[in-house]
Design a protein around this ligand. Sequence first.
Ligand code: MG
Length: 256
Amino acid sequence: MQHHKEFHYHVLVPILLVLIFLPDAVRGQPNMDVEWKPELTEVWEPVPPIVTPGDGMNPPSDAVILFDGKNLDQWKSNDGGEAGWDVSGCIMTVTAGAGDIHTTRSFGDVQLHIEWRTPAEVEGEGQGRGNSGVFLQDQYEIQILDSFDNATYSNGQAGALYKQHIPLVNASRGPGEWQTYDIMFLAPVFSEDGKLVRAAFVTLIHNGVLIQNHVELRGPTLYIGLPTFTAHGRLPIRLQDHGNPTSFRNIWVREI
Ligand code: MG
């Protein structure tokens, strides 16, 4: 009887270890972790791939360019046709009524860089001032808004995970000034039978300032109500037409 009990505890430890490390395995990232042995100091393999860093308006060498100022070839409209936003002077601007635009490609986990500018001439207030948004995988919105001296609900200001996470600080620049979002997005993971294995997570740096630190999403962005995740795979990135002429430039993404 005694021997039987000990056997059970012995088996339990490796099972617990597997459970602890399961999320990384499920994520499917290439494993660059060191196999940990107490006597190990220098580790030479694997060698991380070389990426030439970006500089100003030049993206890193392994980035997928989504907008370089020339055209909207990487984007399509709500109905799958040509994206109807204005492109001029190396920037694109929301054409009110043209609808949201979607990347032609689909993505999972990404690092996304996007530069945006709300109109220099301030019109409207609250949610009606320079409103747009970055929807990761078509359904998780990071709010874009002129939040410079513009009161609105905190979970809907610039840098909010809309209605889910208030930004840590307000790092907004003024109307008419270019602003940057650097977004680290971990897509939700689902089991084969559609159950949520890992929620989506977002880290957001606004104008060089950390404003969302690995926050967990509760589900897709909803205007009202409690969201729940529904199983999906890779999906496009979407930019919102909220009726305000917000502009964009230098958009690129790196798959993680
Ligand atoms: Mg919005």
